[in-house]
Design a protein around this ligand. Structure first.
Ligand code: URA
Length: 233
């Protein structure tokens, strides 16, 4: 037997405070009956639901709007990591980012403790599209679109897979779509065109799109449709 708010927080999906708020709002049911008392003791075998969906301690999937200035690793002796933006419950769960963004880059980062899914999403075999909004020093045009469509050749001679470039108004910003994830790839590709990146933000990762309601540094749990879309991908 444990307290209902503790049971919810143990799922890693809500903090204890959030769990209490959900319970008081009447969104939590135990064995089918709404329970508004966070201190209510529940049996280990009881079926606990939030908004009708079962709560369990299965894998966690979070969307983070990474701000510039934090590193994408889980542990760093000198720098603030993306994990430091999450509540304590999540910091203890062994979450890691599926893919990385540079320290100065912003945007969508998927954090999970589901190793097999992360592995599939990052594997070159599965070709998960990543979409970036970039601003560059220079003006992008049709020749740049063709160069990336042929496959950019980086400064060290590495050839990239064909990538999408949608030049936005004025040519100083664009959307870049990659099907692979080489080190600093967007910056190196655009540098190879002589148009260095001055701002970089990931706006989509496979079927996931950065939630416009999430402020920089904000995060939320993926909803069921988003999780299903990741698995279908
Ligand atoms: N490409 C880059 O250059 N940096 C990132 O953070 C992601 C893609």
């Amino acid at each position: 037997m444990e307290r209902l708010d503790k049971r919810l927080a143990a799922s890693g999906r809500w903090s204890r405070t959030e769990a209490k708020a959900l319970i008081k709002a009447g969104r939590v049911a135990v064995d089918g009956a709404v329970c508004r008392a966070p201190e209510q003791k529940v049996d280990d075998g009881a079926a606990v639901t939030v908004d009708g969906s079962p709560v369990d301690s299965g894998p966690v999937y979070l969307m983070l709007h990474k701000p510039a200035g934090v590193v994408s690793s889980t542990d760093d002796p000198r720098e603030a990591t993306v994990l430091s933006l999450l509540p304590e419950e999540y910091q203890k769960r062994g979450l890691f980012p599926a893919g990385r963004l540079d320290k100065d880059a912003e945007g969508l980062l998927l954090l999970t403790d589901d190793g097999p899914l992360a592995h599939r999403l990052l594997s070159p075999k599965y070709h998960v599209d990543k979409v970036y909004y970039v601003e560059v020093d220079g003006v992008l045009g049709e020749s740049d679109v063709s160069a990336l469509a042929r496959g950019a050749v980086l400064g060290d001679g590495t050839r990239c897979l064909p990538a999408g470039l949608e030049v936005l108004e004025g040519g100083r910003s664009a959307r870049v779509t990659l099907r692979e994830g080489k080190y600093h790839q967007v910056k190196r590709m655009l540098a190879s065109l002589g148009k260095p990146v001055i701002y970089l933000k990931r706006v989509a990762f496979g079927p996931l799109v950065l939630d416009p309601a999430l402020p920089k540094g904000g995060w939320r749990v993926l909803n069921l449709q988003e999780i299903e879309a990741l698995f279908r991908h």
